[in-house]
Design a protein around this ligand. Structure first.
Ligand SMILES: CC(=O)SCCNC(=O)CCNC(=O)[C@H](O)C(C)(C)COP(=O)(O)OP(=O)(O)OC[C@H]1O[C@@H](n2cnc3c(N)ncnc32)[C@H](O)[C@@H]1OP(=O)(O)O
Ligand SMILES: CC(C)C(=O)C(=O)O
Ligand SMILES: [Mg+2]
Length: 562
């Protein structure tokens, strides 16, 4: 790899801090969130959103509780302009929602931007210019002083244009694009001059948004850069310090979280991390990371699949199955020990909630491997455990129990798990709960046509207390016999009767339970039997408990005879 072509961050930009305080802080409240899906996300799409898609995204963001939404770059395209006009004329922007629009620092673009927001009561105009040396030299072809002048001129033009507007004052946001590669003293100089120019006050604060336009360093470097700004910005109480991380190194979320520790009050990002190249920071992960720390994210993710559905529709991009919180597979365990721990954890959670008299959905959550309760975000427990060749007895038992009310005895679980393993190893495929139930029935309940023994009619009686008899017509091979036996219970009497057909049966373990509520619900009996020296499990399923037990013994005999 030609790694010598690249330089470490400290050789690209001066790093401003050594006495940082952010590492010892904790996140205790949500920052102000600003989704930029309709601008930064949209500009990164092969097919930008049309008005219908933009409107669907906007409605979603409003419904989720976002209070400031960047809705477009109105001077970039007619579609963007028209969408802002649509919002302005439809009256559909709720009273507590502020609309933000984005523009480069060019008079003609600013004019069109200001025109677009005519009639909107609460507006932020977001002005940006790249400030980093490479952009100054290569893209803009201007010196430090000239870029500063360009920004001040644009800010002045914006102020003049919006001063004439009737109604509440427009608020201003400034972004020094590529902040993270810009000299710290220069950024401070520019931001302070904009605070001054726009006459920011605590009642009408300016937003200084400091983007990691392209991620270039570990997140601690960004945090240092933000803490430096937080400590040194003039008129700090008149400034909202905002961050806008991208995700080129895959650490956009870490950058945002550390930046908030370092003093940022506001975060711009996109749902599921859409955006230029590797995307903007993901607002879903950020919010739910807070939720998982016991902090109210102040946005509603109680139906994450509905959110995902709208985002996928609008962006025409799929969300990865491993995407934090929202991916299809992120609450699913295939592996045996994880499944075992989750199944035990869920059972423990339900038990403790019942003991404490708290609804399970309100009880403290400590289930292993699941950082949050999937139910919090509208997921069911169905997808939590899925079975393939990596799975173990705990997961298999959990699925049979939750889907079909079959509570397999502990000693039977490894036996069935081996049966499942043989199938999954052979097919290489996943097994559904229904597949497991079918396999269970086929294995333990219904011995199939090659059965060594079948019972015809049978009956039991208890002629004297504690003495039971069992009589049956027994089909074995070509023979049909009438067998009778006695014992201290019906099953002991049945075992005695089966001796007459050549089967010496000891019942080693016996468990039964109802598989549903109510007197008519079927019972299941699980029996471990030694049959002519071979130990096998069998099971029977019937509305009569005795019939279920008899079936279970016959199933065990047939399995042993195979
Ligand atoms: C990090 C970000 O996300 S920044 C936002 C990026 N988003 C977009 O670009 C989407 C929308 N953009 C557009 O529709 C167009 O680029 C427009 C309408 C803004 C401008 O279009 P055009 O006039 O055709 O210019 P073009 O797209 O080639 O942009 C390059 C020009 O903008 C200048 N420029 C770039 N950034 C800025 C800025 N912040 N302020 C002023 N001028 C700028 C460049 O120096 C260049 O000028 P030059 O032609 O004199 O060399
Ligand atoms: C905020 C703007 C300038 C931006 O999208 C970026 O720098 O990534
Ligand atoms: Mg961006």
């Amino acid at each position: 790899m030609p790694s010598h072509r690249y330089r470490p961050v400290e050789q690209r930009v001066a790093l401003p801090l050594t006495d940082r305080t952010w590492p010892s802080r904790t996140l205790r409240q949500a920052p102000l969130w600003v989704p930029v899906d309709l601008r930064d996300g949209n500009q990164a799409l092969a097919e930008p959103m049309d008005t219908a898609r933009k409107r669907r995204m906007f409605d979603l963001l409003v419904a989720m509780g976002y209070k400031e939404i960047e809705v477009g770059y109105p001077s970039a395209s007619q579609t963007d302009y028209d969408f802002v006009r649509h919002l302005a004329t439809s009256g559909d922007v709720p009273d507590d929602v502020t609309i933000s629009v984005f523009t480069a620092a060019r008079a003609d673009l600013i004019d069109r931007t200001v025109d677009s927001v005519d009639g909107l009561p609460r507006v932020v105009v977001h002005l940006y210019t790249a400030t980093a040396p490479v952009w100054r030299d290569v893209v803009l072809g201007r010196s430090r002083a000239e870029v500063h002048r360009l920004i001040l001129d644009a800010g002045t033009h914006l102020l003049r244009r919006t001063d004439r507007r009737p109604g509440p004052a427009v608020r201003f946001e400034f972004s020094p694009e590529v902040f993270n590669l810009t000299e710290p003293d220069y950024i401070l100089e520019i931001c302070d001059s904009m605070t001054e120019l726009w006459q920011a006050s605590p009642d009408r604060p300016v937003i200084h948004n400091l983007p990691a336009t392209v991620e270039v360093a570990t997140p601690n470097v960004y945090a240092d850069q933000i803490e430096y700004m937080h400590r040194n910005l003039a008129r700090r109480d008149s400034v909202i310090l905002s961050v806008h991380p991208h995700n080129d190194r895959g650490t956009g979320v870490a950058c945002a979280e550390l930046a908030v520790l370092a003093g940022a009050q506001r975060v711009e990002g996109c749902l599921f991390g859409n955006g230029e190249r590797t995307g903007n920071v993901d607002l879903v992960t950020l919010a739910l990371n807070l939720h998982a720390q016991g902090v109210d994210p102040m946005v509603d993710f109680s139906d994450i699949d509905a959110v995902r559905e709208v985002v996928e529709h609008c962006n025409r991009l799929p969300v990865h199955p491993r995407h934090p919180y929202g991916g299809d597979l992120v609450h699913t365990a295939f592996s045996g020990t994880h499944q075992d721990a989750i199944a035990k954890g869920l059972a423990h959670h339900a038990k403790r909630a019942a003991e404490d008299g708290v609804p399970p959905e309100d009880a403290p959550w400590t289930v292993p491997y699941l950082p949050i309760d999937p139910a919090d975000i509208g997921r069911t427990y169905e997808e939590v455990i899925r079975i393939n060749s990596q799975s173990g007895k705990g997961g298999v038992a959990h699925l049979l129990n939750t889907h079909y009310g079959l509570d397999l005895p502990q000693r039977m679980r490894p036996d069935f798990s081996r049966v499942v393993q043989r199938v999954t190893d052979t097919t290489g495929q996943e097994m559904s709960a229904k597949d497991l139930r079918d396999l269970f029935e086929h294995t333990y309940v219904d011995p199939g046509r090659d059965a060594a023994v079948a019972l015809g009619s049978w009956s039991t009686s208890e002629p004297t207390a504690g003495k039971h008899t069992f009589t049956a017509t027994v089909h074995t091979g070509d023979r049909t016999l009438t067998c009778a036996g006695e014992g201290n219970g019906p099953l002991a009497a049945m075992a005695d009767a089966l001796r007459g057909a050549g089967f010496v049966v000891d019942v080693l373990a016996y468990t039964e339970h109802a598989t549903g509520a109510g007197p008519d619900s079927p019972a299941i009996a699980y029996l471990e039997c030694r049959v002519n020296g071979v130990v096998r499990w069998g099971a029977g399923w019937d509305t009569s408990l005795l019939a279920a037990s008899v079936q279970g013994v016959i199933a065990a005999v047939n399995r042993a005879a195979r």
